[in-house]
Design a protein around this ligand. Sequence first.
Ligand code: NDP
Length: 295
Amino acid sequence: MKLIDGKAVAAEVELETKARIDALKARGITPGLAVVLIGEDPASQAYVRNKDKTCAALGMHSRKIELPASTSQEEVLNLVTELNADPAIHGILVQSPPPKHIDEHAVTIAIDPRKDVDGFHPVNVAKLAMEDPTAFVPCTPLGCQRLLIAAGIETSGAEVVVVGRSLIVGKPMALLLMARNNGGKGGDATVTIAHSRTKDLAAVTRRADIVIAAIGRPKSLGADHIKEGAVVIDVGINRVADPSTKSGYRLVGDIDFDAVAPKCSAITPVPGGVGPMTIAMLMSNTVTACERLTA
Ligand code: NDP
C-alpha cells in the first residue's frame, strides 16, 4: 500500500507557483488574494489563517478581512464590489459557510468571475462543464486530480466513484475526471457519483478502481466498500473528540483508514492528504488570475 503524501505534492505545486510569482515580480506585479471571513467559526478561522500564512510564505500580497457575524448582506456585497475594483487584488474568496442571514449564492455571483479563484461563480462552473481551459476550478477537486497525477495513477478508462455531490467537491471532481483529456492525465475516467440516496453504496463503490470520498462523516466507508487494490482519496475533514490531544479533538477523514488501507494500492491520509493540496491549488489559481488580469 502506498501512502499518497499530500504535503510533498503541495510543496512541489508551491515551488512551481513561487517561480511564477517571481516572474510576475520581475514585471513589478505582486499577486494579491483577499480572504473574507464573516463570523467566528473556529474551523473557518483556522482555514483562513492557513491561507494567509501560505500567501506570506510565497511572497504574495494577502488581505485578510475579518467581519463580525452581525455584518449585513449589503455590507458584504459592498466589500466584494470594492475588492472587484481593487487592482492589488487578483483573487477573492469568501470563506464558507457564512452566517445564516447571508445569501451565499448572491455573494458568489457578485464576485468578478476573473477573480473567482474558488471557482464557484456560475461562469466558472459552466466553463468547467464545457471543458473550457480558462475555467477556475474549485481548489479541492483540482488538488485531488493533481494528487492522482503525481502518484502516477492512470485515470483514463478507470472506473471512478465520487461519493458526494456538492458544488465544492463532488460535482467538480466528477467533471474534471470525466473531461476529455486528449492523451493528458487526470481525465477520461468513467465516473459515477454517489450520495445519501444511493442504494447499496458498498456495491457501487466496490466497482471502483478509484474511490473519492467527500461526505463529511467519519468512517463512512469501510473495508466492505473498497475493492482489493483500489486507490482511495479521502477528502473528508471531521473533528472527533480525543481527550489525549491538547485541543481535545483530532481530525479524521471519511474513510475508516485502518480498515481500508490494507486493501488499497494507494490512499491519502487525513491530515496530510487532500488538505494541503487545497491551499496549494488556491495559491496557484490566484497566480493564474493575476497573470491573466495583468497580461
Ligand atoms: P456537503 O455536506 O456539501 O456534501 C456531502 C455529500 O455527501 C452530499 O452530497 C451528501 O449527499 C453525501 N452524503 C452524506 N451522507 C452520505 C452517506 N451516508 N452516503 C453517501 N453519501 C452521503 O460536504 P462538502 O462536499 O462540502 O464536504 C465533504 C467533506 O469534505 C467534509 O468533511 C468537508 O469538511 C471536507 N472538505 C475538505 C476539504 C479539504 O480541503 N480537504 C475542502 C472542502 C471540504 P446528499 O447530497 O444526498 O445530501
